[in-house]
Design a protein around this ligand. Structure first.
Ligand SMILES: CSC[C@H]1O[C@H](OP(=O)(O)O)[C@H](O)[C@@H]1O
Length: 344
């Protein structure tokens, strides 16, 4: 299964090259990181973003930490690695994939393994490969739900740039597009513009036609009858199906309900947080107000401020389907959430 031309992450075996998504589409530039601190900064600064991609980057960050400390820090190597894992864990709070990946890497290190450097690298590479495989599976399962659909709206960026490759929600859109005529609409996704800068750029690379809309045009688009589905990704899904995703997702779900448009969430199992019963327990990241404020207001917060939560929570009752690589849950609010997907 070949990866798409667009790769958010490039693992060299001794470093992690990260496509700097802050400057796409004007510039396509990779930054190279050789330690966990660098990878943590790449996540915090959103050079790499997207829940699955964040988890994969963190896994490689741990592998780099083991490679750095195992050979040079004697018996204290594991303490140094645990410190680096804390650095990675503090990079961003909402995407549970980050913590799922760190837990998986920690499990490998806890086993008294003969060659922790090789084992850590292998585990990180496996996490990456598993994500790509999951995305292709979800693409098929999600497109199966879209038979006969003529139009779809997606939000933020959920493609190869947000994952190990191919994408979650955008993977479903790609698969459906190659099966049937499909009008693709992408929301710009203020303030960071993942849709305007990243999603339409990905689609342009593959010559897949798409229409960019302002976030504020979504209701009018739904009222026009042009779309049958809204398809989005996720950063953290609670056991009852409540879903944290990019800010603006909740309003799209409310609008979809109002207009009889179906609402699909696409995410791998690594995005499900089995430890929380509902979305009320999800920490919502707030980022710097200057990501919202025009420059002329940034010098003085005494009068004009900005509120910049970068995620919101969509309640399960507004979701028509949650698509994972292990299966689809239709109407999760009526199905005890996503608990049917939990591996025993
Ligand atoms: C493949 S889903 C990625 C998910 O992550 C994005 O957030 P951010 O760009 O801030 O990392 C957004 O919520 C997407 O839906």
């Amino acid at each position: 299964m070949d990866k798409l031309a667009v790769n958010a992450l490039d693992w060299t075996g001794t470093s992690l090259r990260v496509l700097d998504q802050r400057i796409l589409p004007e510039q396509s530039k990779y930054d190279e990181f050789v330690d966990a601190a660098g990878v943590a900064e790449a996540i915090a600064s959103m050079r790499v973003r997207g829940a699955p991609a964040i988890g994969i980057a963190a896994a490689y960050g741990v592998a780099l930490s083991v490679r750095q400390h195992y050979c040079s820090d004697g018996d204290s190597w594991i303490d140094k690695v645990k410190h680096d894992m804390q650095l990675l864990a503090s990079s961003r709070p909402t995407a549970v994939n980050l913590f799922t990946a760190l837990t998986a890497m920690n499990t490998v290190l806890e086993e008294s393994i003969a060659d922790p450097v090789t084992e850590a690298m292998a585990k990180a590479e496996q996490i990456h490969a598993d994500d790509i495989k999951a995305n292709y599976t979800m693409g098929e399962l999600g497109a199966d739900l879209m038979v006969g659909a003529k139009g779809v709206l997606t939000h933020c960026n959920t493609g190869a740039l947000a994952t190990g490759g191919y994408g979650t929600a955008l993977g479903v859109v790609r698969t459906a597009y190659h099966r049937q005529p499909l009008a693709i609409y992408a929301g710009e996704t203020r303030p960071w513009l993942q849709g305007a800068r990243l999603t339409v750029w990905e689609l342009q690379q593959e010559k897949i036609p798409a229409t960019l809309i302002a976030d504020s045009a979504a209701a009018w688009l739904m009222k026009s009858g042009q779309i049958d589905w809204v398809v989005v990704g996720a950063d953290r899904i609670a056991a009852n199906g409540d879903t944290a995703n990019k800010i603006g997702t909740y309003s799209l779900a409310v609008l979809a309900k109002q207009h009889g448009v179906k609402f699909m969430v696409v995410a791998p199992l690594t995005t499900i947080d089995w430890a929380i019963a509902s979305g009320a327990e999800i920490t919502i990241e707030e980022r710097n107000a200057n990501e919202v404020l025009p420059a002329c207001y940034q010098h003085d917060a005494s009068v004009i401020r900005a509120w910049n939560p970068v995620f919101d929570v969509t309640p399960a009752e507004l979701i028509s389907a949650i698509v994972t690589e292990q299966g689809v849950v239709l109407n999760p609010a009526l199905q005890n959430g996503v608990r049917s997907l939990k591996k025993c």
